[in-house]
Design a protein around this ligand. Sequence first.
Ligand SMILES: [Zn+2]
Length: 217
Amino acid sequence: MESSVIRLTHCQKEIFCFSVPEECPSCGEELRGSRLQEAPVSLPSPFTNGHKTSCCLLVAPAHDNLDRDFDGAADLHTGISNTKGVVYNYTRGGVRRDQSGWERSVSVPLVRPDMFHLLAQWDQYLERFSDGPMWDPAWHRFDENNHNCFSFCLHFVNGVLAAEGRGTLSRDDFTHTFILPRMRRVSKYTTLYRHIQKHQFYTVDRQQHAQGAEPSS
Ligand SMILES: [Zn+2]
């Protein structure tokens, strides 16, 4: 996934593509040099370079496999970035501190930019938390379902919330509030992207778009 998706409007259609075509795929009118109703806009990709984030929950395809895209069925790997973009993630062998491999992730900010107190201590919290016996293979066994990368993130987030005097989140709350809405966006974007790769365009009536059919939202 390298190209960026652009959206242009012509003859009451929304046209999604990678570059402005010679002629409108819907009505056939020449587009180059002619005036479009609106300037093409590029759709924001739902992916972020995790190493350029600070204090985020990151979700990426498991096993560093960049060819395998999010499709809802693929395993997801989760981690937490520190203020320098190092991604802490729990695996069978313990906690890894990755400086690469999370270039195509979905990120969920965990700290508001005005929470200076928390920001100042984040790296220290994360480091100390990762050193705990919970995540040491000699003390605790990794479990595919119950003690995995997601448990690590959830425990960490809950520890931070508790330290801030706020209520904790259940696994379900966490999944439904933070993960699923973003995964739905990724899945829509991926579907749109693949369609364009295969057919060059994706066209939808403007009317429909106004009612919320835009695959990016
Ligand atoms: Zn047209």
